[in-house]
Design a binder for this molecule. Structure first.
Ligand SMILES: [Zn+2]
Length: 134
């Protein structure tokens, strides 16, 4: 049985490969920064977080339409709230330190959305209104 490799490509890897191909150079999971951002682009003073829709509580805007599990709803709600508060605190710390924070949701990287999402990421990193690389 042939395995299709792209099926195992994580959302974070999609973003990293795209940025690398576009000529961006970055560090990964920089522990010296709040929240250990997935991708750090020092030249642009930008960080990228690729967020899993489930754990980070994407909610109503989620393109996958994820819903919290019905069982143990209180537990999950508390867990998601905790994660969201922590995310917001982390992002506020980074912004206060002069970093541009680019957020990407897992669902925004599904095939039909990927092109537009990567375009947005590029523009946010560059703080540009509109740039196409390809
Ligand atoms: Zn989502």
């Amino acid at each position: 049985m042939a395995r299709v490799k792209s099926e195992h490509t994580t959302p974070e890897l999609v973003v990293r490969q795209y940025l690398h191909a576009a000529g961006f150079r970055y560090r990964l999971h920089d522990k010296s920064l709040p929240g250990k951002p997935d991708v750090v682009l020092p030249k642009y003073r930008a960080v990228v977080f690729v967020q899993g829709c489930f754990w980070h509580g994407h909610g109503a805007a989620c393109l996958r339409g994820g819903r919290p599990p019905k069982a143990n709803a209180d537990f999950w709600q508390a867990k998601f709230s905790y994660n969201q508060e922590r995310d917001q605190r982390t992002q506020a710390e980074l912004r206060a330190a002069g970093w541009r924070v680019v957020l990407v949701w897992e669902c925004e990287l599904k095939k039909s959305e990927r092109g537009a999402t990567l375009h947005r990421i590029t523009n946010e990193i560059l703080a540009a209104d509109d740039v196409w690389f390809d």
